[in-house]
Structure formats: structure tokens, C-alpha cells
Design a protein around this ligand. Structure first.
Ligand SMILES: C[S@@+](CC[C@H](N)C(=O)[O-])C[C@H]1O[C@@H](n2cnc3c(N)ncnc32)[C@H](O)[C@@H]1O
Length: 251
């Protein structure tokens, strides 16, 4: 499907007005939606787990709701994330940039945030918010459903908050993120706890620790750290498991 022209123009116009670095993917004609011909078939189920639908951009206000800090203890999460000034971080499935903006402050002028999403409308909202915030170290990246279009071997930390369970191509996304990691780099998954019925999120949008472990191990990662102090979410840190040969993603 071709992106509506106004969406493309809007993304490009905002990009030109801001000092945010525009990465090539924003102007790449093979965008998330119009690359359908070259996109491998989407999975509905992966390793016994039903994959959730992508959250639509019209619901983005929910991501910046006033109650989020109280409900999810976002500041506590950031304190435990291990961000240092100068780091290169990917906010994968960044939405309207709730975490990208906070991370941009933490990494400072020498650091960079690659804010990846498949919905250009989310990136436009992110840009508007980044402009208001004066953040100039965020690179918005329009990824595709199977390729986040990240630089190879450079990313210190990939953060996925409430995103992984939506991936229609989990294996190719994991393989690409794995390739993007700098030596010692980690992928941090935050998923609503399926094991806890009190977490008020629809079951399809939750994941169990067991399932996360199963899928990450299968794709060449090992658990290096966990933080269990968040009220609603698992927070699991994964590094590359170079002992385990990574399976070739199926086309
Ligand atoms: C529930 S929202 C979470 C947004 C953000 N991480 C937050 O916590 O505020 C999930 C986001 O992931 C994005 N997404 C889904 N599949 C993706 C993929 N393959 N690559 C990049 N982003 C993806 C969606 O477009 C949506 O914006």
C-alpha cells in the first residue's frame, strides 16, 4: 500500500524544520506499509503465542496519560535501565516518544536515540514533541515490520516497552536487533505480566517470563539481568549468546 502523500510530506517537512537527524529510512520509498510485496508473510502465532495487533496511532494519547508514572513507575524503570551519557540507544516501537524524550536527556549531547516505529504518524507526533522539548539527539527511523533499519554493531541498548508481543515477524526483528548491537550491548524487554491477573491489560498484550525466555533463547540471546520491582511489567535484559548458533529466520 502506498503511503498517503500528505503523510510523506508531513514527515519530511517536519524533518526539514528540526535539527533532528533524518535517517535515510524516512525518505526510503520502501516504507513499512508500501513494501508489502517484499515483506515476508506475517505470523499470527509464534512458539505457541498468539501475536497481538499493532496499537493504532489514533490511540497514542494513552501512551502519555497522566497516570502512567503511577501505574508503571516509569522513573523507577529508567533508574534501573543502566543508561549512561554518550550511549546509543534504540527506542524500538517508540510510539509518540514517551521514552525517547526521557532517554534523550539521559544520554546527553554526545549520545543518540534511534526512535523506530512502523507508523509514520507516530513519528510525526514524536517529532512534534521532541521539537517542543528542544531535543536534538533523536533520529526517527521508519522501520518495516520485519526490519528496524538500524546501523550494524553500534547500539548499546535496545529498549522495547510493550512492543515485542506485537511483532508480526519476531524472528527477523530479533535477528536485526541482534546484528545492531555494539559489543556488550543489550536488549531490554518490558512486557505486562501474564502471570498476574491483577495487571489490568488484555491477555493478548501480556507475556509470561517463561514465554519470553523461550523465544529469546531460540533466537540467540541469553538472559543477563532482570528487574522485578515494577508494578505491572517484567523487565528482562538480554545479551547475545554467541555460543548458540542463531537460527536462520525463515522467509
Ligand atoms: C503499545 S505501543 C508502545 C509505544 C512505546 N514503546 C511506549 O511504551 O510508549 C507499540 C508500538 O510499537 C510499534 N510497532 C509494532 N510493530 C513494530 C515493528 N515491527 N517495528 C517497530 N515498531 C513496531 C507500534 O507501531 C506502536 O507504536
Amino acid at each position: 500500500m502506498q503511503l498517503p502523500l500528505h503523510s510523506r510530506l508531513r514527515v519530511l517537512t517536519v524533518s526539514a524544520c528540526l535539527s533532528i537527524v533524518a535517517v535515510p529510512s524516512l525518505t526510503d520509498p520502501l516504507s513499512a506499509q508500501d513494501g508489502a510485496a517484499r515483506t515476508p508473510p506475517a505470523r499470527k502465532i509464534y512458539m505457541g503465542r498468539r501475536i497481538a495487533q499493532t496499537m493504532h496511532y489514533t490511540g497514542a494519547e494513552w501512551l502519555i496519560r497522566d497516570t502512567r508514572e503511577r501505574e508503571e513507575r516509569c522513573s523507577l524503570m529508567l533508574k534501573n535501565l543502566g543508561v549512561k551519557p554518550g550511549m546509543k540507544i534504540c527506542d524500538m516501537g517508540c510510539g509518540n516518544g514517551f521514552y525517547s524524550l526521557k532517554l534523550a536527556k539521559l544520554v546527553g549531547a554526545k549520545g543518540r536515540i534511534y526512535a523506530v516505529d512502523v507508523q509514520p504518524q507516530m513519528l510525526v507526533m514524536l517529532r512534534d514533541r521532541a521539537e517542543r522539548d528542544g531535543a536534538d539527539n533523536i533520529s526517527p527511523v521508519l522501520g518495516s515490520f520485519h526490519d528496524p533499519r538500524l546501523p550494524t554493531g553500534q547500539i548499546d541498548l535496545v529498549l522495547l516497552v510493550d512492543v515485542y508481543h506485537e511483532f508480526s515477524h519476531p524472528e527477523t526483528m530479533l535477528a536485526a536487533m541482534r546484528k545492531s548491537l555494539a559489543p556488550g550491548g543489550v536488549i531490554v524487554l518490558l512486557e505486562y505480566r501474564e502471570e498476574d491477573p491483577k495487571v489490568p491489560i488484555r491477555p493478548l498484550h501480556k507475556m509470561s517470563k517463561r514465554q519470553i525466555e523461550l523465544e529469546m533463547k531460540e533466537n540467540g540471546f541469553k538472559l543477563v539481568k532482570e528487574f522485578d520491582g515494577l508494578p505491572w511489567q517484567h523487565m528482562m535484559f538480554y545479551g547475545r549468546d554467541d555460543e548458540k548458533k542463531q537460527p536462520r529466520p525463515k522467509p
